[in-house]
Design a protein around this ligand. Structure first.
Ligand code: SF4
Length: 173
């Protein structure tokens, strides 16, 4: 996808509560109990959180802060054609993999978009645009394309580019 075309806003109504199943958390300040990855949270009913309007008060500030950057609905709609792990629990493991990779892809897009607001040289801007163009080249992501993204060289190329900017932005002593 081209720059500006990714919708980073989470749309829970178009998702299947992937974050409430796929992500692990440890009980403590941010979460009320321990939960393993791939296990539905006990506060989940269908695809909805029973305590959604009351997360912080109920001890789930971590859920309140979490942002999938629009990865959840894209996995469900684009990769799984609206299917849910609820009706087919064998989908939990592959959906977890796809969700993690899509979240990574969206985070890399978001970081490269944020980099556009920095005072870049012409060369850096060209490098940034080339990375954006290379991130999400398939018109529709699949399980295979997401795994290829996560295990391929692109995430490292994004990290290297951002690290180079960070070094350049260090204040001179
Ligand atoms: S507390 Fe609610 S938002 Fe947090 S993981 Fe459980 S169901 Fe999801």
């Amino acid at each position: 996808m081209q720059e500006g075309m990714i919708d980073f806003r989470p749309k829970c109504d178009d998702c299947a509560a992937l974050c409430c199943v796929m992500l692990p958390f440890d009980g403590g300040e941010d979460f009320g109990f321990d939960k393993a990855a791939g296990v539905a949270c006990r506060h989940l009913t269908g695809h909805a959180c029973r305590i959604h309007t009351d997360l912080v008060e109920q001890g789930f500030a971590g859920c309140h802060r979490y942002d999938c950057l629009g990865a959840g609905q894209r996995v469900v709609k684009e990769v799984y054609a609206g299917q849910s792990w609820r009706s087919d629990p064998t989908l939990i493991a592959p959906m977890e993999q796809a969700f993690r990779a899509m979240r990574h892809l969206h985070e890399d897009h978001a970081l490269l978009e944020a980099a556009a607001r920095l005072p870049l040289t012409e060369g850096e801007q060209a490098q940034r645009l080339a990375l954006v163009a290379d991130l999400d080249v398939v018109s529709q992501q699949t399980q295979a394309s997401l795994i290829a993204y996560e295990t391929g060289p692109k995430p490292r190329a994004v990290r290297n580019f951002l690290a180079q900017l960070k070094a350049r932005l260090q204040p001179r002593r």
